[in-house]
Ligand binder design. Structure first.
Ligand code: CO
Length: 128
């Protein structure tokens, strides 16, 4: 298990991507629109920043922005086997939000674990 990306919620994906490029030199390497969010991945060299802009007003990222404002939304840990990561978490008494790996952005297999089970951090397991 290693660091894969930091998920950052934003009201304006283009503006945030431009800021990160100009101020921090981070280049966008992938962009995609999913069901409820637009995402863009910025390259950190040994990981990514994933910008998330809601397209669905009642989706989880829109709700997050309303309740907490823009900022860190989740941390993604890379694994070679999302199913094994889910099984291990479950064996330790943690109930994942996703009982099964599902399709995420960029062709990833992903599963999320709720902050109430992780000391306050929304965790994503990701298989790149
Ligand atoms: Co993510």
């Amino acid at each position: 298990m290693g660091f894969h990306h930091l998920g950052v919620a934003t009201e304006d994906l283009e503006a945030t991507a431009a800021l990160y490029r100009e101020a921090f030199g981070l280049e966008q390497v992938h962009a995609e629109t999913l069901e409820a969010v637009r995402v863009a991945f910025l390259d950190l060299g040994d990981g990514y920043v994933e910008l998330l802009e809601p397209v669905e007003p009642d989706g989880p990222v829109a709700t997050f922005l309303r309740e907490q404002g823009a900022g860190i939304h989740h941390v993604a840990l890379e694994t070679t086997d999302v199913r094994a990561a889910i099984d291990r978490a479950r064996a330790a008494g943690v109930t994942p939000i996703d009982e099964e790996p599902r399709d995420g952005a960029w062709g990833h297999q992903v599963a999320f674990v709720h902050p109430s089970d992780t000391g306050g951090v929304l965790l994503e397991f990701v298989q790149h």
